[in-house]
Design a protein around this ligand. Structure first.
Ligand code: 0SG
Length: 209
């Protein structure tokens, strides 16, 4: 594998700060993953995530020496934007991006843990629904929840999804899941660190779209 291991997230330092450049390098490979799913139903999600990454990168590139960590960006925007913050700039983009990353993390963890619908063992709706309910649903109003329901119909079969994670190679399921577990170590730590930063800086918002 593959898509995930080739683009593994880096181990965090002891202070759990997230290096902006390394984060952007790793996360920039996530949108390409949607191409492997081979359904236009995922295009809006791909472009949403792409937009988040572009916005964060745009801020970073204005002054890489100043924005070494993601927290440097969020704190600088807090200073610069006053009452508008945190619903502004890269702070807003990262707020949403981390939710998408949490969705992916929970989905992969659920698959790695072997959770499945015993009546439909080759479907991953149960894993996707778990990820959605824990990571995104509370931020979605009625209409977007309907979009999610529609996207569920385009969800790949478990076997196809694992194959996509393995870039189309025929890899044994257990090998693929083991690599997924390895990927999840630094990925989960990174997502957790970003969530913790939003809590510590009081930057989290809970409005719905
Ligand atoms: C196996 C695959 C299964 C996939 C199942 C799909 C499940 C998800 C379906 C949900 C569809 C959501 C589509 C998009 C929704 C967006 O409206 C929301 C809110 O977006 C934010 O809105 C923007 O991201 C912000 O952009 S910013 O960079 O400019 O800051 C901003 O525009 C904000 C509104 O701004 S404000 O009004 O506050 O000023 N986006 C989401 O909910 C994130 C969805 C991420 C889904 C991740 C799915 C990953 C699937 C991976 C498969 C392996």
């Amino acid at each position: 594998m593959s898509l995930l291991m080739e683009n593994a997230f880096k181990e965090l330092p002891p202070d759990k700060s997230v290096d902006t450049k390394l984060f952007l390098e790793s996360v920039s490979h996530v949108p390409a993953f949607f191409d492997c799913l081979e359904s236009a139903a995922f295009s809006p999600i791909k472009s949403d995530i792409n937009g988040n990454i572009k916005k964060i990168r745009g801020v970073y590139l204005k002054d890489p020496a100043r924005y070494v960590t993601l927290q440097d960006i969020v704190e600088a925007e807090r200073e610069a934007h006053g009452a508008q913050w945190p619903k502004v700039g890269a702070t807003l983009a990262l707020m949403w991006l981390k939710r998408g990353l949490r969705f992916i993390q929970i989905l992969l963890q659920s698959l790695a843990d072997g959770e499945r619908d015993e009546n439909n063992p080759n479907l991953i709706k149960v894993n996707i629904t778990k990820a959605y309910e824990q990571a995104l649903k509370k931020y979605h109003g009625w209409l977007v929840q309907k979009v999610f329901q529609a996207a569920l119909f385009a969800a790949p079969y478990r076997s196809d999804f694992l194959k996509a994670l393995s870039k189309g190679e025929e890899v044994k399921e257990e090998d693929c899941l083991e690599l997924t577990r390895q990927f999840l170590v630094n990925f989960t730590a990174t997502v957790d660190a970003i969530y913790q930063m939003y809590t510590d800086l009081n930057a989290e918002l809970d409005y719905t779209v």
